[in-house]
Ligand binder design. Structure first.
Ligand SMILES: [Fe+2]
Length: 390
């Protein structure tokens, strides 16, 4: 355990509780009276949650403009369109899953740093890592899934189709000011979405736990988060409201882990798949490579890495006698886990891109994440992992 670290307490005020979406107006009004609401095209409207949020804003005398046109893997073009919808917004409200939340974060950044609505190239200077976000318009996040941790983490993920790049970027400026975790919204998730997004949360937790960037606080949040996923994901997928509340806690702990530690090669490889196949869900892409990345890391990792993977297998219920020696069983545990939730598509099922093409894409666009992997991983190694997962 790394007990030599820096830590800033997250600035997000998180409100957990059923029906608390009605507090959106009160929260937003602290930051301004002109809101840009970024949401999912159909789901949030049909369930009436968008109307609830808009009514809450109106009650607090906050005017609202709605943007609901983000792609499932949101693009930089979506961000540009979103900002053009409300170029004078003083606050951004994200209501939905990872897609609208990522667009909302990039829009909040753009509203703060550009005087005019930005071009794709302007936004890309930040998304590509050339410039670091230092400020953003205040953001309130109301998650509709429990998977991204984005409501409390500093990251946004966007795709640039013409560059075939799906990248994560961010910094403290992109941590939402407020998060409202309303389990009534989470109750509306279809079963397959609960499974996919739950697996994303699980990856954030297990990757953060083995990452080079992990520290003592990551360990506490990741272990408790994985335990919650292990005990509740099945029942969450079956529709249990109580299990969904617990998955929301796991997702929030995962978001904290994203802030203190971050992801490893699993996410780097998954993003390369999405860069080629923008319609593939993030959770499916993760599930197609998770076991093979774990196998590579266990095989090539040091004793501490092995011990940690053994502990992850133990958290998932595998009868571990010796964490270091039993670490290879984490691979079977992951395979069983993804099969249990019908997430066992292979890389070749998801894309026609070759292992070489995918490895090159990951090596080019996910350098920082790959550097956070507990084991050094070169492009040739990535080819091998993709071949195993194909
Ligand atoms: Fe993720």
């Amino acid at each position: 355990m790394n007990t030599d670290f820096d830590y800033s307490h997250p600035r997000t005020q998180v409100r957990f509780g059923r029906g608390r979406r009605d507090e959106t107006g009160e929260v937003a009004a602290r930051h301004g009276d002109d809101a840009l609401v970024v949401t999912t095209r159909n789901a949030m409207q049909e369930a009436g949650f968008l109307d609830d949020v808009l009514a809450s804003l109106e009650e607090a005398d906050v005017s609202a403009t709605v943007y609901d046109d983000a792609d499932p893997n949101p693009t930089v073009a979506n961000v540009v369109d979103c900002v053009e919808t409300a170029p004078d917004a003083e606050i951004v409200v994200a209501l939905g899953g990872g897609s609208p939340t990522d667009v909302a974060k990039a829009a909040a950044l753009s509203l703060a740093v550009f005087d005019e609505p930005p071009s794709i190239e302007d936004v890309w200077t930040y998304a590509s890592g050339e410039k670091r976000p230092e400020e953003a318009t205040p953001l309130v996040a109301l998650p509709s899934t429990s998977g991204t941790g984005s409501h409390v983490d500093p990251w946004a993920v966007v795709t640039r189709a013409d560059e075939r790049a799906k990248v994560g970027f961010g910094g403290d400026a992109l941590v939402p000011h407020d998060a409202i975790v309303d389990a009534e919204i989470l109750d509306e998730m279809p079963a397959d979405l609960a499974a996919r997004t739950g697996f994303d949360a699980f990856c954030h937790l297990n990757e953060a736990y083995v990452a080079r960037g992990s520290d003592a606080l990551t360990d506490a949040n990741a272990l408790r988060g994985m335990e919650l996923v292990s005990r509740n994901l099945r029942r969450s997928v079956e529709g249990s409201s109580e299990a969904r509340e617990k998955m929301a806690v796991a997702d929030t702990l995962a978001g904290f882990c994203e802030a203190t530690s971050g992801t490893v090669a699993t996410h780097a490889l998954a993003h390369a798949i999405s860069a080629y196949e923008p319609d593939v869900a993030h959770g499916d892409a993760l599930a197609s490579v998770a076991a093979e990345v774990a196998a590579y890391n266990v095989e090539n990792g040091d004793d501490e890495t092995k011990r940690r993977y053994g502990e992850i297998a133990e958290t998932l219920g595998f009868p571990v006698a010796d964490r270091k020696l039993d670490a290879p069983f984490v691979v079977d545990t992951f395979r069983e886990f993804v099969a249990e939730f019908d997430l066992d598509a292979s890389v070749g099922d998801l894309t026609d891109a070759t292992p070489e093409e995918l490895a090159e894409n990951a090596a080019e666009h996910m350098r920082l994440v790959l550097r956070n992997n507990p084991v050094e991983v070169e492009e040739d190694d990535l080819v091998g992992i993709f071949e195993d997962a194909y």
